[in-house]
Write a new protein. Sequence first.
Length: 246
Amino acid sequence: MRYLILSDIHGNWEALEAVLHQARDGYDAVLCCGDLVGYGADPNAVVDWARTHLDAIVRGNHDKACAGMEDLEWFNPVARAAARWTGRTLTPENLDYVRNLPRGPLDFDSFQILHGSPIDEDDYLVSTFAVSQLRNSLDRAVSFFGHTHMQGGFLLHRHGVRRIPKLRSDADQHALELDPGSWYLINPGSVGQPRDGDPRAAYVFYEPGARLVEYRRVAYDVEAAQKKILAAGLPPLLAERLETGN
Ligand code: ZN
């Protein structure tokens, strides 16, 4: 079994399309670690695709915000404006789908998927210290998470926690063989709004039987996504940041 694992698509259809094109024929099932919508100008295209193609998904904080389930006062003004626009723009069916997405973690045989952290879906896992406190909260030796929009993740072994770096900017794939004695929190990176300094859309393949995670990046039509964001009247910052990946 080979999984395509996506996270933080954020209504960016151009990025999702590029990922699906590059990944085509390479997987048996597709999973998502949350944030289908918010920020990007194509929430309906992304949710239409999700409803028919995703095998499993957990909700993200922006999914909750756009569906009116979150107090928007906690969001910065740009995210708030995007959440309100997305809530108004989603069709009733798509809004209903987003509102009913399950809370993570979601367990599979040998791994789990979640949005922020295993103990709080809205927490950001950025420091090795924070990750070192989570050992007893992990139900599986391999977990996939999102929320930070930074590809890579963490390896937990007997002597501590190590950061797994993102793909180098001159590479478009890297295979990581999982050590049976270690635990892993893997971040596929963000499809639709990378914030790790690499503007390319990010994702992973995962093959539990081979204990293999394959990190991937793919360039997409950033300009087309930017034009749609500006035409929709969304904050220009959301278009600008796609270019730098920050
Ligand atoms: Zn996100």
